[in-house]
Design a protein around this ligand. Sequence first.
Ligand SMILES: *[C@@H]1O[C@H](CO)[C@@H](O)[C@H](O)[C@H]1NC(C)=O
Ligand SMILES: *[C@@H]1O[C@H](CO)[C@@H](O)[C@H](O)[C@H]1NC(C)=O
Length: 316
Amino acid sequence: MFLVLACSAIAAPCEKPEKRRAWHTLSNPEKLEYLNAELCLMKKPATLGLPGAKTRFDELQAIHALQAFATHFVGAFLPFHRLMMHTHETALRNECGYTGYQPYWHEQKDAGKFTSSEILDATYGFGGDGAPGSGCITNGPFANYTNSLGPGYEITNHCINRRINNFASSGSAQAQVDNCLKMTTFATAWPCIEGRPHSGGHGGIGGQMQNGVSSPGDPLFYLHHTWLDKIFWDWQAKDRQKRVSSIGGTNIGPESSPGFPQRPSNIPKPTGAAGDPGTTTTLTHVLNMYGNSPNKTIADVLDIQGGFLCYEYVEP
Ligand SMILES: *[C@@H]1O[C@H](CO)[C@@H](O)[C@H](O)[C@H]1NC(C)=O
Ligand SMILES: *[C@@H]1O[C@H](CO)[C@@H](O)[C@H](O)[C@H]1NC(C)=O
């Protein structure tokens, strides 16, 4: 009896990891539940007072738009997006009654041929390509959503637009994933993941998704970045003990980059980050969720079964 009690007291903090599954393996009712929860966030009024955001969906987008240059081309790229996915998943569950977990888009399956992906289904998916000219999506559950943030740093009302590019989507191929999984250090794995396959999903969908600042205006963003999070975790799991504390790289983002609109003067110049003693990304680096969920440090999120996070990726 005492032994049993002692064991349960020191048991791992994550005993029943939540299951994140590939979109194409969900049943139609499961897909609809997810899509409806996203629509619910799009209908809920904003509560945080972030510039331009009208809905809860926009407020989650703002996490990305307000610090695009502090979270890309820096060591925090993967941990930041990991926490952002968790924040989105938590909003779906706590604010919109979603009972599943954040699904991912198994992009290898569709690489080089995004136009025929079932994730773009008009009934059980995210709707298809943008119309010629306007680029606005014309079918699917999100066809009439008005993005208030973007493109880029602008605050303007506009449709969700796409310009699907099958050639660009080949960046999501299995060979590109395997290439990154082979990397032996964080310093080489992170830029590999941030290059291709990251650009495969953004460039393959195009339009809003291709905008380095406002891309979470397209709800496909969350399925793409959850897939990248799985790749990061698959890489970490190859040498888990070491890689759940491996971090590094600069914490000063560049001033500009292709795909990223020029930073306007009201967005602070990236100059290192809270929690780091210098210009290198460390475990105590603070990931800023702009009030959508509590800030966390990189140390809090490097292990997806470390206690604060408790999930696993189900293979497709
Ligand atoms: C979008 O608006 C059009 C035109 O009003 C309507 O036919 C369509 O059903 C709407 N789609 C959604 C998903 O609300
Ligand atoms: C989150 O972090 C940012 C930057 O480090 C900081 O300015 C902000 O006050 C923090 N927010 C909360 C709620 O602690």
